[in-house]
Write a protein that binds this ligand. Sequence first.
Ligand code: DSN
Length: 480
Amino acid sequence: MTDASRLASSAYSQALELIASVEPRIAEATRQELVDQRASLKLIASENYASPAVLMTMGTWFSDKYAEGTVGHRFYAGCQNVDTVEALAAEHARELFGAEHAYVQPHSGIDANLVAFWSILAHRVEGPWLERAEKKNVSELTEEDWEALRKELGNQRLLGMSLDAGGHLTHGFRPNISGKMFHQQQYGTDPTTGLLDYDAVAAKAREFKPLVLVAGYSAYPRRVNFAKMREIADEVGATLMVDMAHFAGLVAGKVFTGDEDPVPHAHVVTTTTHKSLRGPRGGMVLATAEYAPSVDRGCPMVLGGPLSHVMAAKAVALAEARQDSFRGYAQQVADNAKSLAEGFLTRGADLVTGGTDNHLVLLDVSSFGLTGRQAESALLDAGVVTNRNSVPNDPNGAWYTSGIRLGTPALTTRGFGHDEFDRVAELIVDVLRNTEAGTTKAGGPSKASYALGDGVADRVKAASAEMLDKHPLYPGLELS
Ligand code: DSN
């Protein structure tokens, strides 16, 4: 047992004993969550396993401190230690990503995107608007000025990738606030190849003239050329915002460099910290110096008080990501995604875009006669945790879907390599081939019910257990 495992075993065992003395059911659910995570194939592309050091950093008295404002400029007294934590997290983020500015307060990816949107509006609209109104600062604006400004803000335009092409809800999807606060249009992917068509994005941008061009994705299995996206943004006078939540770990690990690294090309980059970056649950905004002052207004503009305990954990995770070993991890995540994709293709399964060159694979399950919902449920019965996802122009909509999204960051953390991911593809195909779509009570085709063949779940769980046992989650961590 390593020193780290010994320390974690003892710390968690004692913490759970303390929790159990107050509410034993929470202690029990916490133990059970570890048992369940250890026993399943976690393939959700947006999940990972943070280190015990990162997890423990979140469980401290920093949780009790209010710290609205920024480092050295707080609305509360007594923030000297929060200042240390926030400054360190931001420094690690700037160094790791080569960013001019880092804002580490967002509580989630959606919050990071809201900070980015409002800071872009503040920077692009409020500044020139104040000049036109011949006012020096916001406090001088009259009620009439505000009314006119609100009208102008409401008319701002955003162009982002559509949800079914792999974009995120916050990239202008109508039911999301981003689709309401902006006049939005969406770009898709080429109907034949499933790939981004930069000429089509440029044509749409020329016609629509967005204030914000959003690049980035949560279910697109390919790399993006951010230099090209910046050219498009510059040509139409847009601000380029990149949401790298899914692939931040691949940027940090230098798998995505040059034109594929968003940081040198975008004005504003947002991310979560818990996906491929393998940190605590949270968000972050990177920006050029020009956008920094408006980004720093995130709290209290759109964020509640910063979660200082999570900012501390971000600092620990970013320090981990700056270690050389993280580059090896990130490269393995991408290599494993290729192994997974090849495993599916050699067994005749359909992949959106025909493969992957990032951390995820989007499997179209319609050739198995299933919806995404049926496939997701059958896989879960067999201990394979995935999430259903739309494919481009999905006939089954965003609830039932026709796809399954699979990612490699979590199992790569456990040590899975090429052979294991090939086997994972084999097991998934086994489940899907042996699942039949069910019928509704009225006897029509159902998009939700299904029947998994006898013995399949046990067979797949046994095969998974062999691999999982070889690559334990948190090796050496034992709870007493
Ligand atoms: N929930 C994240 C994902 O799964 O991609 C994004 O919001």
